[in-house]
Design a protein around this ligand. Structure first.
Ligand code: FAD
Length: 205
């Protein structure tokens, strides 16, 4: 392996866990990953003074929104409309500002889920993104290039899955039998079937 500083590292194992950049890193090794980097903006609103105690973390899977209370009377909100793959983006755009006009649809859905938030004051928005596979489940597998492993395509679930993924990758690489079957996470599953999935369905598996 060669780093951007020109250092060469001899190693029998490389794990590509580069998140949004994982397709680019795989490309350096000549491996193609079926991952779309899809735009997922998030927004912050300020609850009005009469709102009372902070609301709970709340996902409205039917209505397509989620909210998370923040300190200082703020609420983080975003969409659960699964349209990210229709908005592919350059991962270098991560964290860019998003304007109020893009927030309007999202804030309308948020207001339907928690009507008291319909009056909340818009504060700011920025660009987030998911690394999305065709079935919205991660790829945890050795690639066709021996020794080059993939732990990517988290499809918006990578934070909560991280400890289990770390354990599974360690077991697979060390040749141990993982506690959970690795079959649903094989790279080859996409060659076998035109897998379809959604963010919400992958939540409920
Ligand atoms: C708005 C939003 C809300 C989310 N909410 C949730 C949630 O509620 N629950 C949940 O489970 N998940 C959630 N996620 C998804 C979760 O954040 C991601 O799935 C998770 O952070 C991905 O972790 P990762 O380690 O795979 O990738 P990352 O955390 O992106 O790490 C990849 C790392 O690779 C590095 N890298 C890139 N290229 C190279 C290179 N060439 N060489 C070396 N290093 C490189 C990057 O700098 C980065 O540090 C959310 C995501 C967003 C955007």
């Amino acid at each position: 392996m060669e780093t951007s500083r020109g250092e060469r590292i001899e190693t029998p194992i490389v794990v590509n866990a580069a998140g949004l950049w994982s397709p680019i890193v795989a490309g350096l090794a000549g491996v193609e990953l079926p991952i779309v980097v899809g735009r997922h903006p998030v927004f912050v609103v300020e609850r009005d003074a009469g709102f009372g105690a902070p609301h709970p973390v709340f996902l409205d899977l039917a209505g397509g929104s989620y909210v998370r209370p923040e300190s200082g009377g703020l609420t983080l909100t975003g969409s659960l409309t699964e349209d990210e793959t229709r908005h592919p983006m350059d991962p270098e755009m991560l964290g860019a500002d998003v304007g109020l006009e893009e927030a309007t649809d999202v804030l309308e859905r948020t207001g339907r889920a928690l009507p008291r938030l319909a009056e909340a004051r818009y504060r700011r928005g920025w660009v987030g993104a998911f690394d999305i596979t065709p079935d919205w489940m991660p790829i945890l597998d050795e690639s066709p290039l021996r020794g080059f492993w993939i732990a990517a395509g988290m499809s918006g679930h990578g934070f909560k899955l991280a400890p289990a993924i770390g354990e599974m990758m360690a077991d697979l690489i060390a040749g141990r039998t993982p506690a959970v079957s690795p079959e649903p996470f094989r790279l080859a599953r996409f060659a076998r079937s035109a897998a379809g999935g959604t963010f919400v369905a992958s939540y409920l598996r």
